[in-house]
Ligand binder design. Structure first.
Ligand code: GLY
Ligand code: MN
Ligand code: MN
Length: 462
């Protein structure tokens, strides 16, 4: 946990931004896997973590905008629990540890909500993303469970986005710890990426490294020789010479700050000419994004700058043809990168995605594009110092998509489909870093993880 003053200041700011009413922020419950007591690893809700910092399950935080009081509600454990769990702090002690003066049990929470609803006060809550919390909110506020989402507060959502988008120095320190763990995950897996190994061995190694850093992985590991499938979660392939291996994985710290790093390496440790040619194009796009990222530019513009580098590179290989700006304006290059350049990252790997992506990545000024590829950009808005965003261009030869576009004649003036046929068995490449927007530009966070052809070949030979 951070010092309690951090949480007090965050709640005070939220109270100011929301203005009036009662804010209810539920923490998560344990989630049963195959029976009640055999649970998935516990993951606290990120909003709860941000404002209340506590890792215990079944807690509910309440922030009263009008009285200025904060509350923590939960039932205390009794001896029947403590036999299994060992001694645990009381709810009152937990509350005090994060600067909350008022606490009570779940009956007191219900009474607090009943009173607010009964007197016509506004009760602010975020759109729930778990079924159990949806039912809790329905019961607490007397709502139809099917309709709970409709009563979620846009004022609260936007106030949370405003605050959580700007990372403080202590948050950056946590994120860099998560990247230090990702360094060990990636460099270790690079050295293992030899013919005859299986993807699951490397994926398992990465998960072990994450837990060694005292947290889980920040999302299910992507470790695949079929990187053309963007979020390929299968790990059953044997590594063979000639394949590129896409490794997209990150860790969470004990406080649940995340990293999200992708490296793509040739199985066996030596790039062949074809692999090098595509790799250099994607690397140049990644570097171009770092070159132009600064306060005031929109991330849509950064995406387009990286796209121009990709299009230029594909022209050099004879895959695309025509004027680069025209290719990018038409979106023809998106055949080979159907996703956005990046997303915010913090307490969630896709930060705040539970608030609704449009509320996090866009605003009145910047709206999502409807174009294939650019339309998948999760964050398009103008950058501010303190944003942490991923820079993750890629190149994917997706046979089904190539065949579809070819059959339809999509962008046939720009795409040399005959040339593209030669690449259909290539797979994919993605390169991803986590980047902090600074006052004057940006900084790639964490200890540098081997990224150039030379650095990767050297580390894989060692
Ligand atoms: N880890 C999924 C992504 O890069 O967004
Ligand atoms: Mn990733
Ligand atoms: Mn990412």
């Amino acid at each position: 946990m951070f010092r309690k003053e951090t949480y007090i200041a965050r709640r005070e700011q939220l109270r100011k931004d929301v203005g009036s009413g009662l804010i209810v922020i539920p923490g998560n419950h344990e989630a049963p896997c195959n029976y009640k007591d055999n649970t998935y690893w516990f993951r606290q809700d990120s909003t709860f973590l941000y404002f209340f910092g506590l890792q215990r399950e079944d807690l509910v935080g309440v922030i009263d905008c009008d009285s200025g009081r904060d509350y923590l509600f939960a039932n205390d454990y009794d001896i029947d629990d403590i036999i299994w769990t060992g001694p645990l702090p009381s709810v009152r002690e937990l509350a005090a540890s994060v600067g909350v003066d008022n606490s009570g049990d779940l009956l007191a929470l219900k009474a607090c909500c009943d009173k607010a609803v009964g007197t016509g006060r506004r009760v602010h809550f975020l759109p729930p993303y778990r079924a159990d919390i949806t039912l809790d909110m329905a019961r607490l506020l007397g709502l139809d469970p099917q309709a709970v989402g409709r009563y979620a507060s846009m004022e609260l959502t936007l106030a949370c986005v405003k605050q959580r988008s700007i990372k403080s120095a202590e948050e950056i320190e946590e994120i860099e710890k998560a990247i230090a763990t990702a360094y060990n995950m990636h460099v270790g897996a690079m050295r293992m990426a030899m013919p005859g190994r299986y993807e699951y061995e490397l994926a398992g190694f990465m998960q072990g490294e994450a837990w060694k850093g005292n947290g889980p992985v920040s999302f299910p590991v992507i470790m695949t020789v079929h990187g053309e499938t963007l979020h390929n979660h299968g790990h059953n392939n044997r590594l063979e010479l000639g394949r590129m291996l896409v490794m997209d994985a990150g860790a969470e710290t004990a406080m649940n700050y995340c990293s999200d790093i992708t490296r793509s390496v040739p199985v066996g440790g030596k790039f062949d000419e074809r692999q090098k040619s595509i790799y250099e194009i994607v690397l140049n796009a990644n570097l171009e994004a770092i070159r132009v990222t600064r306060p005031g530019i929109t991330y849509q513009e950064v995406h387009q700058a990286a796209s121009r580098v990709l299009a230029e590179g594909y022209k050099g290989l004879g895959i695309l043809r025509g004027n680069t700006d025209d290719i990018v304006a038409a979106g023809a290059h998106s055949l080979l990168m159907p996703h956005g350049l990046g997303h915010m990252m913090g307490l969630d790997v896709h930060d705040m995605e539970n608030y609704g992506q449009i509320n996090v990545g866009y605003d009145d000024e910047t709206r999502p594009s409807e174009q294939f590829g650019l339309g998948s950009l999760r964050c398009g808005r103008r950058l501010q110092p303190g944003f942490v965003i991923t820079d993750e261009p890629g190149c994917y030869f997706i046979p089904a998509l190539i065949d579809k576009w070819r059959a339809e004649g999509t962008h046939k003036d720009f795409v040399n489909y005959d040339e593209l046929e030669k690449w259909k068995d290539f797979g994919g490449i993605r390169i991803e870093d986590d980047v902090l927007v600074t006052d004057t530009g940006c900084r790639v966070l964490g200890k540098p993880i081997p990224k150039t052809v030379k650095e990767i070949e050297e580390v894989m030979a060692s």
